[in-house]
Design a protein around this ligand. Structure first.
Ligand SMILES: CC(C)(COP(=O)(O)OP(=O)(O)OC[C@H]1O[C@@H](n2cnc3c(N)ncnc32)[C@H](O)[C@@H]1OP(=O)(O)O)[C@@H](O)C(=O)NCCC(=O)NCCS
Length: 329
């Protein structure tokens, strides 16, 4: 038996915000952003485009690729930190838009690691419950609404977008592979490193919190950088060891697209050739839970993946959370 990805899709908003555009908004330069982060441009959703709208477009593409009808979906999981509303879940809002009335739906919040967490959670649910045969997982973010466009330390880093996969339980004897091993980890001692300080139950939105700009994301970049490199590399080594797969057998390493220097440092630590490390951070910036799954969809749609290939995913984010999944295509 295997839980297999049978379709992928992604969507990024039309509006492109370049580093040169940012030069006009904050005290920064194209040169600084490119050399420190590798980012050249990012996509920004329109005012009327919510996370569920982007999720709908990515999901529709994945369903089209896998020829999945809405009523075949048994589960919809949306990984996001920018849900349409506090409640109901974006997964339920998406279910309504898709008319996928047979699905159980919930959101999963593990920041930039959300898609990787969702893969393993759905894998476990599908393995243990015979009712779950087909599932839709989305990673989606409209980070532009929690980005402080006056803070040069963070506003150059983020972008909006969505990615989707359809998973199916396969029971045939040739249906080996799927999700081979996952490592999910977190450490709440570091919960202050990346945060949105206000708008939740500990510090509800008030005129004061808005004035202090506490409903925007803040981050201690350098500390995050060091932790991210070490933990992503260790998580990858962990899943490789458990699945008895050598790094030389990996076709693609897809790291969370936060910063080119982090991506390269993880690749170097794992001693994987550069050409096997997928990079699109220059085009989209950090799209949090959407980043790894948008990259996966690009690889699939450009024919850069073959049946039997090993794919290693890794990510790191607020919480802090981190992890890795080893997939066999
Ligand atoms: C944020 C990040 C790009 C900053 O890069 P860095 O090399 O660590 O830069 P520093 O924070 O040391 O800042 C260096 C200087 O550049 C300045 N700076 C920060 N942002 C700037 C910008 N957009 N433009 C110009 N200068 C900037 C700082 O103020 C600082 O100036 P100072 O030395 O006069 O104080 C980097 O730390 C990073 O990518 N961290 C991880 C972030 C991440 O991945 N977060 C999400 C995890 S999911």
């Amino acid at each position: 038996m295997g839980i297999k990805i049978i379709g992928t899709g992604s969507y990024v908003p039309e509006k492109v915000l370049t580093n040169h555009d940012l030069e006009k908004m904050v005290d920064t330069s194209d040169e600084w952003i490119r050399t420190r982060t590798g980012i050249s441009e990012r996509r920004i959703a329109s005012e009327t485009e919510a996370s569920s709208d982007m999720a709908f477009k990515a999901a529709s593409r994945a369903m089209e690729m896998s020829k999945t009808k809405p009523d075949e979906l048994d589960l919809i999981v949306v990984a996001t930190i920018t849900s349409d509303r506090i409640t109901p879940s974006t997964a339920c809002i998406l279910q309504g838009k898709l008319k996928a009335h047979n699905a159980a739906c919930f959101d999963l919040q593990a920041a930039c690691t959300g898609f990787l967490y969702s893969l393993e959670v759905v894998n476990a649910l599908m393995t243990s419950n015979p009712k779950f045969k087909k599932a839709l997982i989305i990673g989606v973010e409209k980070l532009s609404v929690i980005t402080d466009w006056k803070d040069r330390n963070t506003c150059v880093l983020f972008g909006d977008g969505a990615g989707a996969v359809i998973l199916e339980k396969r029971v045939g004897k040739h249906d080996i592979g799927g999700i081979l091993a996952s490592k999910l980890a977190s450490n709440g001692d570091f919960c202050e490193l990346i945060k949105v300080p206000a708008g939740g139950s500990s510090n509800p939105t008030s005129a004061e919190t808005v004035k202090k700009r506490q409903h925007y994301l803040s981050m201690e970049g350098q500390e995050v950088f060091k932790l991210a490199v070490n933990e992503m590399a260790k998580a990858c080594q962990d899943v490789l060891l458990r699945a008895k797969v050598d790094i030389s057998e990996i076709r693609w390493l897809i790291p969370h697209q936060a910063n080119l220097r982090i991506i390269k440092a993880v690749g170097n630590k794992l001693e994987i050739p550069e050409e096997k490390v997928y990079i699109n951070v220059h085009r989209y910036g950090n799209t949090s839970a959407a980043s790894v799954v948008i990259a996966l969809d690009e690889i699939v749609r450009t024919g850069k993946i073959n049946r039997g290939d090993y794919i290693l995913l890794t990510a790191f984010g607020a919480g802090i959370t981190w992890g890795a999944n080893l997939l066999r295509w």
